[in-house]
Write a protein of this length. Structure first.
Length: 324
């Protein structure tokens, strides 16, 4: 067979075929006129090289398999040398995975330390667990209680024209949320793995559970939309870059709003509390329709189940437009 025929049938280039010849894997004979003449078995050998290199083996590592075919075996896997080559390749891959895992863990540790230096007001509510499919996120265990007073007085109040930075890079004006209902849940703070809590935070009723609350709104986001929530926002006093990390880490399908200057608190007199020298928002959720507060959830005694509580309310209180 000519080189062009072998290359076409085996699915490789002439250049690759010439390389296999140079390294002594697939060597043709020479006809009297100098042309290369390949044995028909060369097609199987070249296909074997192509398939093994696609699995990550080097061309040289395919030698035992090619020689197995050349010795007359029906399969390149039948020879002991081929099995040994498989084991060697697997061992090398396992060692590389181990090295990459150590590098990843070292980088994660550096990131956690850097986050602690840059953002002292964070708390380790979210814990990452590693499995065979990669990192997954487990929500923190919630606590009961709430840090803010009753704010039902806000029902019927029009939202102020306050513009806040959002995690998608835009800015959002609370007075122009748009048509349909908006779920705006306000929370104290969310934390990062390996970063200390503000001193005394754990002792405040209802303070913990922010990550669990975010996970709940994430897990029930499609149901909330189907029940009439045109959009969902989370709001806290943490800066946008901090919230963006949270959105990415928890894979949140909605946008978070940053209010480090407490503009919304000042406009609506929302509850806040002090801890460890910090001022944080109390937990509350507003249902907004036509620019006005339609319903208020406060207190929020079980943050991990709060998304379901909001979902149940939406389902049992269809919007006016839906009733007409």
């Amino acid at each position: 067979m000519r080189a062009g025929e072998v290359a076409e049938q085996a699915g490789v280039t002439i250049r690759a075929l010439r390389y296999y010849e140079r390294v002594g894997l697939v060597v043709p004979t020479r006809s009297p006129n100098g042309y290369r003449d390949y044995d028909p078995a060369a097609v199987r050998q070249v296909r074997e090289i192509r398939e093994l290199t696609a699995l990550g083996l080097s061309v040289e590592e395919t030698r035992p398999f090619v020689e197995c075919l050349a010795s007359g075996h029906g399969s390149a896997d039948e020879c002991p040398a081929s099995l040994a080559a498989y084991r060697h390749a697997i061992d090398q891959l396992a060692e590389r995975i181990s090295q990459l895992t150590r590098r990843r863990d070292a980088l994660a540790a550096h990131l956690a330390r850097a986050a602690g230096r840059l953002i002292p007001d964070s708390a380790p509510f979210a814990v990452t667990e590693r499995g065979s499919a990669g990192p997954t996120v487990r929500c923190d265990p919630p606590t009961r209680g709430d840090g803010g007073p009753e704010i039902s007085r806000l029902v019927g109040v029009r939202l102020p024209a306050v513009t806040l930075p959002a995690t998608d890079g835009s800015t959002v004006d609370l007075a122009t949320f748009g048509p349909g209902r908006t779920v705006l849940y306000v929370y104290p703070l969310t934390g990062r793995p390996g970063v200390d809590l503000p001193e005394g935070y754990d002792t405040i009723p209802g303070a913990r559970g922010c990550t669990a609350e975010a996970c709940g709104f994430r897990d029930h986001h499609d149901e909330l939309r189907a029940a009439g929530a045109a959009r969902v926002y989370g709001l806290s006093s943490q800066p946008r870059h901090y919230q963006s990390e949270l959105v990415s880490r928890l894979r949140l399908p909605f946008t978070m709003l940053a209010d480090p200057e407490f503009a919304v608190r000042d406009a609506l007199r929302l509850p806040t509390f002090e801890v460890g020298g910090l001022t944080l928002y109390g937990r509350a959720t507003l249902i907004v329709a036509d620019g006005r507060v339609e319903h208020v959830f406060s207190p929020v005694p079980a943050p991990d189940r709060h998304a379901v509580e909001v979902l149940d309310w939406l389902r049992t209180h269809p919007a006016r437009a839906a009733r007409r």
